[in-house]
Design a protein around this ligand. Structure first.
Ligand code: SAM
Length: 201
């Protein structure tokens, strides 16, 4: 079975600890140069990766090279612009905008999920299926996911000059208020799914 690959040693360690199927191995590496034998794998899957990359089509070209002719590529990529709270919460709207600006500053596009099928087409794949789902919550442990994520990333956003510490704290407080309001729904990123195939030679 081909390995699960990620750039981060910490993430590989966490995945290795979590996995229950002992046939699944993980290792560090870059999707641009995954170190896989050409035309050696039947199916490739990636999630939440390409929106973090400056060259998503080049990354998919590397996946293409590792796939056997007729092999499948499955991906799920996010569009951060779909985050909202209803009733409207200005802090959620501002957090979304700060996240998108952070992506622009890093040379990546966190709305990219909506273009996932175009990236696949540009890398030479035949698109077989597209779909999208949009998680949203009125209660439960996942409702505040983007609030926690923002709080984790807050120090870097302040360091990057995208907002002050005071703004950061105020956004977190506003999102927490929406999270704990029983009548409020919080919508997460819309997730775009693509199933594509490398044509038979
Ligand atoms: C939002 S996380 C998604 C993690 C995991 N795929 C998931 O769906 O839970 C983005 C991941 O992309 C990884 N990453 C960033 N650039 C990469 C690259 N060039 N090659 C491989 N992984 C990369 C990061 O280390 C990080 O773990």
């Amino acid at each position: 079975m081909p390995p699960g690959i990620d750039l981060s040693e910490d993430h590989i360690a966490a995945a290795t600890e979590l996995v229950e199927d002992t046939r699944t191995a993980f290792r560090t590496g870059s999707i641009y140069e995954p170190g896989l034998e050409p035309e050696s794998i039947d199916i490739a899957y990636c999630r939440w990766l390409l929106v973090h990359l400056e060259r998503p089509v080049s990354a998919l070209a590397a996946v293409w090279a590792a796939l056997k002719p007729g092999g499948s590529m499955v991906m799920e990529e996010a569009d951060v612009s779909a985050v909202y709270a209803e009733p409207h919460c200005e802090s959620y709207a501002d957090m979304r905008d700060v996240a998108l600006a952070a992506g622009n500053q890093r040379g990546v596009d966190y709305t990219g999920g909506r273009r996932a099928h175009l990236w696949a087409r540009d890398a030479g794949f035949t698109i077989e299926h597209v779909s999208a789902y949009h998680p949203y919550y009125m209660d439960g442990p996942h409702k505040g996911f983007w609030n926690w994520t923002f709080q984790e990333a807050g120090a870097n956003l302040v360091k990057a000059g995208l907002l002050s510490q005071e703004n950061c704290d105020s956004l977190a407080a506003g999102m927490s208020a929406a999270d704990s309001a029983s009548h409020s729904v919080v919508a997460h990123c819309r997730m775009h799914q693509v199933i594509a195939r490398k044509p038979l030679a």
